[in-house]
Design a protein around this ligand. Structure first.
Ligand SMILES: [Zn+2]
Length: 417
């Protein structure tokens, strides 16, 4: 803006013949330079429009008259930001070089968050950055952390949470809620949520002579090769998948006989509902069903793999041709956040063993570890991947006609012959 403020020269209050009212008005006037001309403005209007106090304008004027220059900026804040722009950019480019992991299971709200290898952390990355960068681009850990936290949304390792986010939400809102009516409402909701979770675990625990419980889930993607080399952090690795079915309720002991691990590498087949259905179908056809009338399948509600129409279609198809004694198949999905299933216990055992090994280069090395806790099957090479999309077409059409409300999957299904 090239408008400048100048105090009204004394001669404008010149005429003693002016009425008192005029004098008062003129005293309150200032003059602004506009296009090189002095223009009188009402002081009060000027101050009100700019929401300034009189003293502030006077201070600016005083300094301007003294030096004929605008005052220098002496306020606080990060005014050196531009000085570090090149370093900031270098750090950003460095962080972008890392390949995020493909997480097998992520809740919808995590879609923008990326995950790096769980062995990494900010300190390690900072050391790696300073090792590879030219000396004048070196940064402090604090600066590196700042860029990491403010320019990206990156975490390390698996997004699987131990604490249920719904439970956490209830407990936190309860802390700040003042109105007692609302408090009661939240407490009721939390109680229902917990009861539903407990009911789910009761279903998983139940033991009856005529009931067979199956629980299944996918392990997180395991990378190949697993080597202690920084290069793996930058490269896209080959994944091996492990889909595990546990036969029996959650109170039964885990043995190699009742745990079945279906494994395949990503070059052999995808990791979608088609593969899951093929594994499940194989499992259902190969277990001893004598004396059972009800099969209860329990799975984590992961939409891409376990919780979808194709699994329902496959189950119906299997039930239609199942042994005479099988009358009912139930499918139960847990309450989100409370989905610790028997397969997760198996995964915990295998992952503990995997962590101990520094180098794994062949898929069979993973399979040896799986075989310590499960009967291992190789999908694609030993067990065919069937085209369930094609063979379930008729059943899926029928399901669409029955029309689930809002096309949303429910938490449980039961099919009778
Ligand atoms: Zn919960």
């Amino acid at each position: 803006m090239d408008t400048k403020i100048e105090k009204l020269p004394p001669e404008t209050t010149r005429k003693k013949t002016l009425s008192k009212k005029h004098i008062r008005r003129n005293e309150k006037a200032e003059k602004l330079y506009k296009n090189g001309k002095l223009v009188p403005v009402c002081r009060e209007t000027f101050l009100n429009i700019l929401r300034l106090k009189k003293g502030r304008v006077q201070g600016v004027m005083r300094r301007y008259f003294g030096t004929q220059q605008s005052a220098t900026e002496r306020r606080g804040g990060n005014r050196k930001k531009h000085l570090y722009a090149s370093k900031r950019e270098a750090v950003q480019n460095f962080i972008k070089k890392f390949k995020p992991l493909e997480i097998h299971y992520s809740r919808e709200k995590h879609t923008n968050r990326l995950y790096l290898h769980p062995d990494l952390n900010i300190h390690k990355m900072w050391v790696m950055y300073n090792d590879q960068v030219q000396p004048d681009f070196g940064v402090t850990l604090g600066f590196f952390r700042l860029v990491f936290n403010t320019s990206f949304n990156i975490g390390f390792g698996s997004p699987r949470q131990d604490v249920c986010s719904t439970c956490l939400q209830f407990s936190e809102t309860l802390k700040i809620e003042k109105a007692s009516a609302k408090k009661v409402n939240i407490m009721t909701q939390a109680r229902i949520h917990k009861l539903r979770a407990a009911a789910f675990f009761d279903n998983l625990k139940e033991e009856r002579d005529d009931l067979l419980v199956l629980s299944f889930d996918c392990q997180k993607n395991l990378p190949l090769p697993k080597i202690p080399d920084q290069a793996t952090y930058y490269a896209r690795q080959l994944y091996i998948y492990n889909f595990t079915v546990v036969i029996g309720s959650s109170s039964q002991k885990l043995t190699k006989e009742n745990v079945h691990a279906y494994t395949w590498t990503e070059n052999e087949s995808l990791k979608g509902s088609n593969e899951i259905c093929s594994c499940l179908f194989n499992c259902l056809n190969n277990i001893d069903l004598t004396g059972k009338t009800v099969i209860r399948m329990v799975a984590d509600g992961c939409g891409g793999q376990n919780k979808n129409m194709m699994v329902l279609g496959m189950t119906m198809k299997w039930l239609a041709n199942a042994p005479e004694n099988i009358k009912t198949v139930e499918i139960i999905y847990p309450v989100t956040g409370h989905s610790f299933l028997p397969p997760d216990r198996v995964f915990a055992f295998t992952e503990k063993q995997i962590r101990k090994l520094e180098i794994i280069v062949h898929p069979d090395e993973y399979r040896v570890i799986f075989s310590n806790h499960a009967t291992v099957h190789n999908l694609a090479s030993d067990i065919p991947v069937l085209n369930w999309k094609q063979s379930c077409k008729d059943i899926l059409k029928l399901l669409a006609k029955l029309a689930l409300p809002n096309q949303q999957m429910q938490t449980g299904y039961s099919y009778k012959k």
